[in-house]
Design a binder for this molecule. Structure first.
Ligand code: SF4
Ligand code: SF4
Length: 498
C-alpha cells in the first residue's frame, strides 16, 4: 500500500476539460495521398521480414515484424510502397525509417482468419497476430495482459472509458460509435481469464457515451457487465487511480496483483472486430484540438497519416508559432515538428500557441504535494534527484508516480516538476528492481521490528513488572533531560567566559 500524504487529492482535481464543441461534432473522415508507417520497433530496431520499395500492398498486408514484441506491422491503405524515408517517431524520440505508401484509395483489404476457438491459447495468439495494443495512449500489447500466469486470479475486467486528459474526445466519440464491438470481445476475454464481471467506467458528464453503453448493456444481458460513473476529475482515467476509485484496490506493479485487467474502451472494440471479422487496426479516430487549430475536431484517418496533412486540409492553423503536443496537454509530450505520423496508439494532438514561460525558484508552497493523486511529495523528489540522491527518491516511492503532470500544472513557479519526477522514476527503476529495498528502508524496517518485539515482550509482563519498566523509562528520560540541561549550562558558561 502506498503511503498517502494527508493533503493528497487522491485523483480529485477539477481541471478545465476543453472538450467542447468538438466532442459533439461529427467525425471527419480524411484519406491522405500517402501514409508513413514506422519501419522500426519502439526500441528503434529495424523490423524483420520487411516489404520492399515498389511492393504492392493491401489494407492489412504485413509490412514487417517488430522485434520488441514480435507483433506484425500492417499497412493501413492499399497501394504501393514508394520509398523508405526518415520521419520523426514519437515512440523512439528521433528521426527513424518509415515506409512511404502511396494510397490508391481503393482500400483493397486482406483480413486475418476470424476467431474459431475460444481457448486461451487461440485468443491470445489472435490478439498477438492482430497486433492489438492499448489504444488509450500507452500502446502496450494486449496479448500480454491476457496471457496471465497459471494461478493468477482475475475477477474483473475494467473498461476504461474515462478519458480525463483535456482536449481529447476520441474515446467519447469512437467509444460510443463502436460500443457493440466491445460486447463481442468482452465475453470471450472474460471466459479465458475466468473473470466474473466487467465494469465499464465512464465520466458522469459524458451523456452520449453513457447512453450508448447503457443500451449495449441492455442488449447484451448475457454479459455480466455494469456501468460505473466516476466524477469529472483529473487524473481519474489513469489505471491506478481508476482501480482505486472503482474497486478500492491497490497494486505494486501490475493490476493483475489485485485481480484486475484494465483496458481502454477502444482497445476492446478493436479486439471485438478482430475476433468477429479478422480485422486488424488500420484506422484511428484521433482528436486534433487546441487554440492554435482553426477547426478542432475528431478525424477518422488511416494509421500513418501525417498530422500536418490533416490540419492543412481541414482549416489549417490559427497562428504561425504553434506548440504541438503528442496527446493531451497534461501528460502528452511536446514535439518540435508537425510532420508526425499517426500511430496505432495515437489518441490525438493538442496544438497550442507557442509561448515560453521562465521557471522561477521553488518557494515551497506545497501545491504539488497537495495535488499529487498518488500521495507523493514531488517537491522532495525533485530536490533529491537534483542532488543525485536516487535512494532518497526510491524512499519517497517515486516509482508510484503515474506521470499525470498535475504537479507541473499546479506549480506557481512554472517548474516542470513532473519532468524531474519522471527522470527520478526512471533512475530509481534502473537502480532498484520491484521489491528491492533501499538501505534506509531496511534500517527503518529493522527499527520497526525491534520496537514491535519490545512491545510484544512488554505485553507479556505482569502489572508489577510493567510498572517497574515504566518507572525506569521515566528515570532514563529525566536523566537525559538533566544531562541536556547540564550541557547547555556548560556552553552558556563558556560563552560568558569568552
Ligand atoms: S508547486 Fe512548485 S513552487 Fe510549490 S512546492 Fe511544488 S515545486 Fe515548489
Ligand atoms: S506526475 Fe507523478 S508526482 Fe506529479 S502529480 Fe502526477 S503522480 Fe504525482
Amino acid at each position: 500500500m502506498p503511503k498517502f500524504h494527508f493533503l493528497a487529492t487522491d485523483g480529485m482535481t477539477k481541471i478545465d476539460g476543453h472538450k467542447y464543441p468538438h466532442c459533439d461534432t461529427p467525425i471527419i473522415k480524411y484519406d491522405p495521398d500517402k501514409v508513413y508507417i514506422q519501419a522500426v520497433d519502439n526500441k528503434g530496431l529495424p523490423l524483420s521480414e520487411m516489404v520492399k520499395v515498389n511492393d504492392t500492398v493491401c489494407v492489412g498486408t504485413v509490412l514487417g515484424i517488430r522485434n520488441d514484441f514480435n507483433l506484425p506491422v500492417y499497412s493501413s491503405v492499399s497501394g504501393k510502397v514508394v520509398a523508405i524515408e526518415k520521419k520523426t517517431s514519437t515512440t523512439v524520440g528521433r528521426l527513424v525509417d518509415h515506409f512511404v505508401i502511396e494510397n490508391d484509395k481503393k482500400y483493397t483489404k486482406v483480413n486475418l482468419p476470424k476467431l474459431t476457438s475460444r481457448t486461451k491459447e487461440a485468443v491470445v495468439d489472435l490478439l498477438k497476430k492482430g497486433s492489438i495494443v492499448g489504444l488509450g495512449g500507452a500502446g502496450f500489447p494486449t496479448f500480454i495482459k491476457y496471457n496471465v500466469k497459471p494461478g493468477t486470479v482475475i475477477d474483473t475486467i475494467l473498461v476504461n472509458a474515462v478519458e480525463c486528459e483535456p482536449y481529447l474526445t476520441t474515446d467519447y466519440v469512437e467509444g460510443a460509435r463502436s460500443v457493440n464491438d466491445m460486447f463481442y470481445a468482452l465475453p470471450i476475454l472474460m471466459e479465458i481469464v475466468e473473470a466474473k464481471q466487467a465494469i465499464i467506467a465512464c465520466k458522469e458528464n459524458k451523456k452520449h457515451l453513457i447512453d450508448a453503453i447503457k443500451n449495449a448493456i441492455n442488449e447484451h444481458k448475457e454479459v455480466n457487465a455494469k456501468l460505473v460513473l466516476v466524477k469529472d476529475r483529473y487524473p481519474m482515467g489513469f489505471e491506478r487511480t481508476l482501480i482505486r476509485e472503482v474497486l478500492k484496490r491497490e497494486y505494486e506493479v501490475l493490476p493483475s496483483e489485485c485481480h484486475v485487467i484494465e483496458n481502454n474502451i477502444q482497445t476492446l472494440e478493436a479486439a471485438g472486430r478482430l475476433f468477429r471479422d479478422g480485422e486488424v487496426i488500420t484506422r484511428r479516430v484521433i482528436t486534433i484540438a487546441g487554440e492554435a487549430v482553426a477547426t478542432p475536431n475528431n478525424y477518422d484517418v488511416p494509421v500513418g497519416t501525417m498530422l500536418n496533412d490533416i490540419v492543412v486540409n481541414n482549416g489549417g492553423y490559427s497562428c504561425e508559432e504553434v506548440k504541438v503536443i503528442n496527446g493531451g496537454p497534461m501528460c502528452g509530450k511536446a514535439v518540435l515538428t508537425t510532420e508526425i505520423p499517426v500511430l496505432l496508439q495515437t489518441g490525438g494532438f493538442t496544438i497550442l500557441h507557442r509561448y515560453d514561460i521562465k521557471a522561477e525558484p521553488c518557494w515551497k508552497c506545497g501545491a504539488c504535494v497537495d495535488h499529487c493523486p498518488m500521495g507523493l511529495q514531488p517537491v522532495q523528489i525533485q530536490m533529491a534527484i537534483n542532488r543525485g540522491d536516487v535512494e532518497r527518491c526510491h524512499d519517497l516511492q517515486v516509482e508510484k508516480c503515474v506521470e499525470c503532470g498535475l504537479c507541473s500544472f499546479v506549480c506557481p513557479s512554472h517548474i516542470d516538476v513532473s519532468a524531474n519526477v519522471s527522470k527520478a522514476k526512471l533512475m530509481a527503476r534502473l537502480k532498484f528492481k520491484p521489491g528491492v529495498k533501499s538501505q534506509k528502508e531496511e534500517q527503518r524496517e529493522k527499527i520497526k521490528a525491534s520496537l514491535q518485539k519490545f512491545k510484544d515482550l512488554f505485553k507479556k509482563k505482569t502489572p508489577e513488572e510493567k510498572k517497574l519498566i515504566e518507572e525506569k523509562k521515566k528515570e532514563a528520560k529525566e536523566a537525559k533531560l538533566r544531562s541536556k540541561q547540564q550541557k547547555q549550562e556548560v556552553k552558556q558558561t563558556e560563552k560568558e567566559g569568552n
